[in-house]
Design a binder for this molecule. Structure first.
Ligand code: BG6
Length: 483
């Protein structure tokens, strides 16, 4: 199977924070891979912008190193790297001052798509937006891309939205949640709305409960300072897990169009039940054999920030009332594994008696080993009576789709190309982000008011014991965290 590459229009993409970590790890290598795939048309340019002094030649070296370190997995033909580097420019610029803006004005062209990637802290969003318009760098077709975290609560998110709205229309603002750019996450929509099979059963009448797991083996690493102010709730739940929940739970949009999809996601967030404290378990990882524990890693022996969270979430609407959604995510867990499992109800009546009591489970594996498995009940082979067993109807994308199934385009590559194309479907709208914070804020405020202390869990485990009990109370069990 050959992937289709649809070239985009020529563009100038300015990356503020062009020498930062995200640019180095994701944005620049991602653009290079799109270039290799033939998606970046002649005349397109990438302009790194940052405060440090550097010229375009030095930036090209920086980009080449970033690609060598993070972009080599898909080898390009000889000479391609030079072709890509020729498209790189650099300007030294001060987001809060006037330095460098006239250089950027001189560089930019007005006959190509102009996109500005704010790969900087949110405290600079407003300044950048203001200076871009002040210097006449944007028109009605220009786009800006902003990274998470988009605020740290409802008030700060509203303030950011207001600052951006002073200079840009909502249709020009691309708020990234890189989970939406993952191949299998988009497959959730394809599976739900591209098959007759599932949608009639996709409701509380047939679904017992749904589990959403995003487990990581890494700890907080060098990001302790940021992470300790955020925790799993702000870092993962308010955005990535919320988006997964929305895609699983939303009503079918009338068409695959940015606002139709986002309207439906917003309705899910607004229908979430307020959280009750005993439906949440927070955890912090202990030291491992050769890795520091959470508190050591963030340098605060009394930190109360969670590196793990499990929660039972209810959605009060016609489709889902009565079906719990169990969400969990954590660092330093047993395996890197993200999956969504839809557990269907037991049969109303089994003609096979107890032997027939098997449930269907649909598991959508997001990473690694992307694929879909449906647990189906069949007869145990052989003579000697009617015994039943549950077997997986297993579809690994890598096996079913060959090279294309395994060779997943990185989320950032896809999302950046969507920005250039002007397609906002996979980006969060301002009201969606605010609604997510409106639901999250009281939970965090509750912990702060009560002085809630997370439970500890062993590094390399499946999380705190209390998380097991969260489901056991409902006579349910978590799926194993396995690669
Ligand atoms: C980021 C979080 O948004 O997502 C990180 O800030 C987390 O803490 C990462 O590790 C997980 O992304 P992925 O694509 O590796 O699942």
């Amino acid at each position: 199977m050959v992937s289709r590459v649809i070239p985009v229009d020529p563009f100038d993409l300015v990356i503020f924070g062009g020498t930062g970590d995200l640019a180095r790890r994701k944005i620049l290598p991602g653009l290079f891979r799109r270039f290799c795939a033939g998606q970046m048309p002649n005349g397109s340019r990438v302009i790194g912008a940052a405060r440090g002094e550097m010229d375009s030649a030095a930036y090209r070296e920086f980009v080449a190193e970033a690609i060598a370190e993070f972009g080599g997995e898909r080898a390009c033909e000889d000479g391609t790297l030079d072709g890509f580097l020729e498209r790189m420019e650099f300007v030294t610029i001060d987001a809060r001052g006037e330095n460098g803006w006239s250089d950027l004005v001189e560089l930019m062209r007005d006959d190509v798509v102009r996109a500005f990637y704010f790969s900087v802290g949110p405290s600079l969003f407003g300044d950048l937006a203001e200076r871009l318009t002040k210097h006449g760098l944007t028109d009605a077709d220009s786009r800006i891309v902003v990274e998470k975290p988009f605020g740290r609560d409802l008030d700060t998110a509203k303030a950011l939205n207001r600052d951006l709205a002073k200079h840009f229309d909502e249709r020009q603002i691309y708020r990234i949640d890189h989970y939406l750019g993952k191949e299998t996450v988009q497959n959730l929509m394809a599976v739900r709305f591209g098959n007759m099979l599932f949608e009639p059963l996709w409701n509380s009448q047939y679904v017992d409960h749904i589990q959403i797991t995003v487990a990581e083996t890494v700890g907080v690493g060098g990001r302790g300072e940021y992470y300790d102010k955020s925790g799993a709730m702000r870092d993962m739940v308010q955005n990535h897990l919320m988006q997964l929940l929305c895609l699983i739970a939303m009503e079918p949009p009338s068409k695959f169009d940015p606002d139709a999809v986002r309207d439906e996601k917003l309705k899910v967030i607004r229908a979430l039940d307020p959280m009750v404290p005993h439906h949440i378990v927070r955890g912090q990882y202990e030291p491992g054999e050769d890795e520091p524990g959470y508190r050591e890693a963030v340098g605060d022996p009394r930190s109360r920030t969670e590196s793990y969270i499990a929660m039972k979430v209810g959605i009060s609407n016609w489709r889902w009332a009565g079906t719990p959604f169990y969400l969990r995510t954590g660092k330093r867990l047993k395996a890197r594994s993200s999956e969504i499992v839809v557990v269907f109800k037991e049969l109303n009546h089994s003609i096979f008696g107890e032997a027939g009591e098997h449930r269907n489970e649909l598991s959508i594996r997001l990473q690694p080993n992307e694929g879909i498995t449906l647990g189906v009940t069949i007869k145990e082979p052989g003579p000697g009576g009617m015994r039943l067993m549950n077997v997986p109807l297993d579809m690994s994308f890598a096996e079913a789709l060959g090279a294309d199934g395994a060779d997943q385009t990185d989320a950032y590559e896809r999302l950046i190309m969507d920005v250039i194309r002007g397609n906002q479907t996979l980006f969060m709208r301002g009201d969606e982000v605010e609604a997510a914070w409106a639901w999250t804020d009281p939970i965090i405020q509750g912990w702060e008011a009560r002085g809630d202390v997370p439970k500890t869990y062993d590094a390399g485990s499946e999380g705190p014991v209390d998380a097991v009990q969260l489901l056991a109370r409902d006579t349910r069990v978590w799926r194993k965290v396995a690669p």
